[in-house]
Design a protein around this ligand. Sequence first.
Ligand SMILES: Nc1ncnc2c1ncn2[C@@H]1O[C@H](COP(=O)(O)OP(=O)(O)O)[C@@H](O)[C@H]1O
Ligand SMILES: [Mg+2]
Length: 384
Amino acid sequence: MFSTTKKIGILGGGQLGKMLCLAAANWDFKTYILDPTEGCPASQVCTSHTLGDFNNYDDVLAFGRDKDLLTIEIEHVNTDALRELKKQGKTIHPDPDILDIIKDKGLQKEFYQKHDIPTARFELFKDEKALVKAVDEGKWKFPFVQKTRTAGYDGKGVAVLRSKEDLNTKLLKGACLAEALADIQVEIAVIAAKNPAGDVAVFPSVEMDFHPEANLVEFLLCPARISNLVAAEAEALAERVIRQLDLCGLLAVELFLTKSGDLLVNESAPRPHNSGHHTIDSAITSQYEQHLRAINDLPLGAGTQQVAAALMLNLLGEDGYKGPVRYEGVEECLSLEGVHIHLYGKAQTSPFRKMGHVSITADSVEAAIEKADFVKKHLKVLSK
Ligand SMILES: Nc1ncnc2c1ncn2[C@@H]1O[C@H](COP(=O)(O)OP(=O)(O)O)[C@@H](O)[C@H]1O
Ligand SMILES: [Mg+2]
């Protein structure tokens, strides 16, 4: 239902929260942020910022009390408090029970398995010692991937184990899963949205290229350079996942296209996603507007319609620079047509910190790549 007096609470006030608030402001929606950091990106554009921990039961409960609708920009939040708020009659999207599945990579993988959604073979272990035992018994052979079940992000809970030596140096502690190493041709992300009426809209497939050191997406391209058939398959898979989860809001589904041509679901994120930033500048409906449409029970926008080819470049803090941020080369880049600079408003930079992004729109992906080379050369995140 459309209402400009409804109070929308958002758990998390990072850049995704900021862009969600900016989209909400277009419709005069009131946005309330819960985040522990004074001056966090969303605090600069929301209606009101409450300082508090979105992982703390009491903080989330107190924050939710006077809100009508609650959503998230990060999945690692206190879902017990959200369940209590739901009991009290608040609308919560996505549902806390779904968040609990997604927050735990083990439960997430079991969900895919149970619903016949293709995913890399895996096994859960109660801790890293149990995994080492399975290796000793010959049940898991190198190379394979180890992932921590909870709290991993931006590659931090992921280790590729290639030899016995890696067990001493790279092994991650705690409850984990082992996963077969996929022979990846290209990584793809597809963002789907579902509203309470059950309508689903899917954004076109995006190709993700990773920074070799930082394990962060360095740039992404839309449409992905894959066949129409594979793109349609990936988009259909994303729709299947959001329908099976019965999630209301956005779901970003990360997939691997293997060298033998199979599509595997890697993981999903129940919120706006890095791989949808470009939609602000290149699609008829941005992912942020789409999320607001979905959680407010409004008709979904034309997510599938891109008005231009797009490339998204993460602006990462330059290696070797730490402290108050300074941007170099903005003027040169703005003189180029189709260059859209988004700065998140983080006061401090450090090596590889996500400080902003640049979306480049052009007639073709190739033309966008050319402009990206210029931007990469000139636009730098340094410190004073
Ligand atoms: N089974 C796998 N085979 C090959 N590479 C993988 C596998 N799982 C993860 N990776 C690589 O590690 C990256 C991060 O893993 P992911 O599970 O997406 O964790 P995060 O939550 O940090 O994004 C992936 O984008 C991919 O490049
Ligand atoms: Mg990932």
